[in-house]
Design a protein around this ligand. Sequence first.
Ligand SMILES: [Zn+2]
Ligand SMILES: [Zn+2]
Length: 872
Amino acid sequence: MRDERYNAQQIEEKWSARWQQDPSLYAAEPDSTKQKYYVLEMLPYPSGALHMGHVRNYAIGDALARYMWMNGYNVLHPMGWDSFGLPAENAAISANVPPREWTLRNIANMKAQMKRLGFAYDWSREVTTCFPEYYKWNQWFFLKLYERGLAYRKKSNVNWCPKCATVLANEQVVNDGYCWRHEDTLVEQRELEQWFLRTTQYADELLRDLDRLSGWPEKVRTMQRNWIGRSEGTLVDFHLDYAGGDVITVFTTRVDTIYGATSVQLAPEHPITQELTALDPELCRKVDQLVAEQKKAKDAGDITNIEKHGVNTGHLAVNPYNGERVPLWVANYILMDYGTGAIMSVPAHDERDYEFARKYGIAIKQVIVPHGRVGRTFLSDQASNQISSAERSSDNPALMEVEGNVRTTQPEELPFTTLNGRLINSGQFSGLSCEDAIQKMSAYAEQHNFGKATVTYRLKDWGISRQRYWGTPIPMVYCDRHGIVPVSEKDLPVILPDKVEITLTGGSPLQRVPEFSNTTCPKCGGPARRETDTMDTFVDSSWYFYRYTDAHNDKAPFDSKIAGYWFGDPGIDQYIGGVEHAILHLIYSRFWTKFMRDIGLIKNDEPVERLFTQGMIIKGGAKMSKSLGNVVSPDEMVERYGGDSTRMYTLFATSPDRELDWQDEGVAGIYRFLGKVYRFVVRNADPDDPSWNSPVPSDLSPEARSIQRKLHQTFKRVSTDFQGRWHFNTSIAAIMELVNELYAADDRVARTPSSAIPVPLLADVQRKLVLLLAPFAPYLAHELWEMLGEHSNLLKEPWPKFDSELAKEDEIEIPVQVNGKLRGKIVVPAGTSEPEVIAKALADEKVQSHVAGKDIVKRIYVPGKLVSFVVR
Ligand SMILES: [Zn+2]
Ligand SMILES: [Zn+2]
């Protein structure tokens, strides 16, 4: 007698050891005769140990990879390590372990965890981004970007996280002003010289191609659209009215309202503001106040709700369309990093301008009327011309007064902000619709050299310099004679030195390593100094999935042909990861792909065809965190229940896109279920029976037929889930139902041996049950496969096609009586529920004619036999 107890540890250790002896098990090579499938989970940061979120992420990808293998695809399923980054430096400071050592130790530990969980990765393609053979290519790409003007150095205001002690990209500032790593730390602004990548060069394409990504969640596409933030508008030059007056370029999306501009407003940090304040101490004092207010609002993450203040500079700016001079203000709500840092203020047609104008008594001049008020246009236009000339010699209060007389609607109807109107008081443009006017007035500006139509983006260039140690050195040199000089390609990689004193103050730790920072100029051979900032680690993850296709190439980042096979035209077939990367990683890697295409490395326009973002894991209603003490360790679960149960639970608890509320008892439940499967096979596997491999007979008893039907129905359900929305929770529930049915049949068979399930069917059912389990519980599936006398590789075993004929419920005919008399017959699938049968009976035409308009006092259903209604 075999032991019927399911010993997960024993089974999993046995198979884990076998799998590790065969590194080619999950290996994949390009093969033009087979359809490829590239399935990828986002690579982890080696923090030290896997958390449950990782397990869930990888369990989804692994189930899919196994399913695709069994469906005959050539599957690429690699894994690697996003292994540069700040935590390694923090560990160095707090525990005095060198970052490299700390990182490699963590990788070893997490890799062992992944292997213990039985994830099917092709480890021969492992990518570790902190190794010189990888980051060399970051540096190579940087040189290519630099050659094409897509990497540049600029002094500007940048985001600075005091806790990280480094600059952050705009994408790394989250929740209106906080650090992505320290969600309680406000990001400050600092003026620094930094390296930027020109992501804005691809802004239009990044936006446009989102439309093609129909395999991405809509919410991710929307987030990217908003982040890129395209707006069409017009740049218009206003001249300051003093001799040799500077030009102030404003950006507006509503040039059609420009005849209604009654002031121009500058950001407190606008260069012209700085010029004016330098000459005027009183103004300087007031502007400093505005700067402080803006900083305070930014620091509070609440710039949109800032209480608006401004100061009149006393200067005038000339509207190039009509020569009108309007006062020049500085205002605390105008941001230097949005548009041009200068706006024209049109109170009659903009909420914010209206509010500001009312507060400071600035003129409000209507130049748009709703459609249907054209009659007033001409009169108002003449009035407007008078004002223009009157205004030219007037100062502000006079303007106010004259303006007051020409309002064409009541002030309470202003501001009128929609495009649904027509221009008045706008010289030669009066009478045009708003949309028409925007076109014509932009063209006019261009013809007369004072402006043009333009497109601006919220997306900014990607600042990649980090004042940290544990990252890719930027391959640039500063020579006193030649300025910025790129390192020669042949001298790559610029190796990150090992012996470095790491602190979080005093700038980049590499500055304090003379062997690193002192070098020679690639142009003149004279003394020079190296760039000591390192690259943002998001550079590493922007292209790593191409490296997997050709991970050991030392001549190029990867071979274009090989990458071309695995990516195809649409990109990675399925990418799976957290939605927290919707902006960061997923914008950067799209940018990188477009750049690589433009230098001829690849042909695809997008890296990822289908994206799936799994839900978070919580416990007791809260995100798992050390401080809440609600962290569940995968190791502990594996030790108690095994890897199969742990990963299967993450797929069973809810559908993979939803938040999962962790219950230890849930894992125990899966463990019991797998034990039940194990027991069934131990009892019923009998490969030595002479008829074990015979075909399943077609004349089955009703009992046997019902088992066969359930089997095919389960296959249908699981296959549909894989091909559709991945509701693995319903797949697994269906497998559980099947197993319950098998047990029930087993009992009945024991009582009435005459209706026994024939051996060939019993063999077929067990084999298919194992195949069904293989994507979810691979260890147990392999063990049972062997128990069934099979020796083939389960991954290569074809996923059975379900037979829809066999899955079909047998149909039964049920007579329907009304007040004891037979009135009709209905046909329903066997096993149809009572409410459905009753509804169908009532819908029958013949039955209807006997119950319509009457009161049904009783409904009786004798399952499978009879429906009976009593009516009055
Ligand atoms: Zn931070
Ligand atoms: Zn030089």
